[in-house]
Design a protein around this ligand. Structure first.
Ligand SMILES: Nc1nc2c(ncn2[C@@H]2O[C@H](COP(=O)(O)OP(=O)(O)O[C@H]3O[C@H](CO)[C@@H](O)[C@H](O)[C@@H]3O)[C@@H](O)[C@H]2O)c(=O)[nH]1
Length: 385
């Protein structure tokens, strides 16, 4: 362990991190995971499911991963009002002051920015790390080491992120172009970021993967709260003003009235566009290459891969009461009903059986499930969403 000038404790490479002073974890739990429909629903989004077979929801797994870093009393969850009860059931340790309930999702800049503004007001100088509620990470110890390095980079003034070596030209991720090592005490693996491109086209993603100098952005941002807000204000001054107004009123009796007035007008924009891309252009983004397996389990193709340990020939079966008869078939079956499902001679199949909706597709087409959800929305069939 070491102590930086500002008093932050860190654990460098090879040391086991301890709860880090002045650090707050933030878990933005929004979105419905529409490419995992009909398993993931508005009422039960992806983060409320056990997709790994750990016996715990992804949200609980995320909490358990972060608690040793920030301490369990320093984890803030930002989620929709509708999910309050489910989140509290999953996280009984979560105190009221650490829950931010949104009347309406306003995208990640607002969710993470509001957490930063509230925490900065309560504790000036705090460092925050934002981590999705619904990702899968296979090695919590290595993950923690990367986060502790990212905290050291944040303490030095960077917006830090954790990058993952790409395995395919995915178009749903941000790409980080790695530069030279930067000299930050406590962050021996930190690299400068030469560029950040959110969700490039397939041809660009192919070039990035072939170049070998790009990492996937895993959606983890670690920064001093004041620095994050400063960066946000450069590109989104109105959004920042709204968030600061909310934060000012948050711990006062004025909260309800200010929320009613300010919330509807907050600009919807992803933090990747409002903070990450512009910070990279200014040389303020740093990346710690993550030395662990990471998956955002974005669609049933990824889920099948995750469940079968990457073996294409296997059939993964999810669901406590699943009853499946399979002959010469591979892919994934998710059963919520317990209805008997038989498969004969089908490869890379995806079958998701729920009480009111059945999905049949293939791993290759799994990304297109979002189009079904969009069509259902358009036709007003929100009862099955
Ligand atoms: N509370 C709350 N959280 C939100 C909201 N909108 C987004 N989030 C949360 O912010 C995170 C990122 O939002 P997504 O909308 O899921 O982003 P994405 O398209 O998957 O892309 C991001 O993640 C990728 C990795 O999974 C990155 O590769 C990419 O660059 C980007 O950061 C997720 O944890 C999501 O729950 C919101 O309105 N409210």
């Amino acid at each position: 362990m070491g102590v930086s000038e500002s008093g932050i404790l860190w654990g460098g490479r090879g040391t086991e991190p301890e709860a880090v002073d002045r650090f707050y974890s933030v878990i933005p739990a929004g979105g419905i995971g529409s490419r995992l429909w009909p398993l993931s629903r508005a009422a039960a989004p992806k983060f409320l499911h056990d997709l790994t077979g750990s016996g715990q929801t992804l949200l609980r797994d995320t909490w358990n991963r972060l608690a040793p870093i920030s301490g369990p009393h320093r984890i803030m969850v930002v989620t929709g009002r509708a999910h309050r009860a489910a989140v509290e059931e999953q996280l009984p340790e979560l105190t009221d002051e650490n829950v931010v309930l949104e009347s309406e999702g306003k995208d990640s800049s607002a969710a993470i920015g509001l957490a930063a503004a509230i925490l900065q007001k309560r504790e000036p100088g705090v460092i925050i790390g934002s981590f999705a509620a619904d990702h899968v990470i296979n090695d919590n110890r290595r993950f923690r080491q990367s986060v502790v390095e990212a905290i050291a980079a944040a303490d030095a003034g960077y917006i830090a992120t954790i990058g993952i070596t790409p395995t395919e030209p995915a178009i749903g991720f941000g790409y980080i172009k790695c530069g030279e090592p930067i000299d930050v005490p406590g962050a021996p693996d930190a690299l400068a970021v030469e560029g950040f491109v959110e969700k490039p086209s397939l041809s660009t993603a192919r070039k990035y993967v072939a170049a070998g100098t790009y990492l996937w952005n895993a959606g983890m941002f670690i920064a001093r709260a004041d620095r994050l807000l400063e960066q946000l204000g450069k590109t989104q001054p109105e959004l920042l003003a709204g968030l600061l107004e909310l934060a000012d009123a948050w711990d006062t009796p004025r909260r309800g009235a200010v929320v009613d007035q300010v919330w509807p007008n907050l600009t919807k924009i992803a933090i990747d566009y409002s903070v990450a891309e512009p910070s990279a252009k200014e040389g303020l983004l740093a990346v710690i290459p993550g030395d662990f397996a990471w998956d955002d389990v974005g669609d049933f193709g990824s889920l099948a891969k995750l469940q079968s340990g990457g073996r294409k020939s296997d059939l993964a079966i999810l669901g406590e009461n699943a009853r499946v008869l399979a002959d010469s078939s591979s892919g994934i079956v998710v059963s919520e009903t317990g209805r008997l499902i038989s498969l004969i001679g089908v490869d890379n199949i995806v079958v998701v059986d729920t009480a009111d909706a059945l999905l049949v597709t293939t791993s290759e087409h799994a990304q297109r499930v979002k189009a079904v959800v969009d069509a259902l929305k358009l036709s007003g069939r929100t009862d099955v969403l």
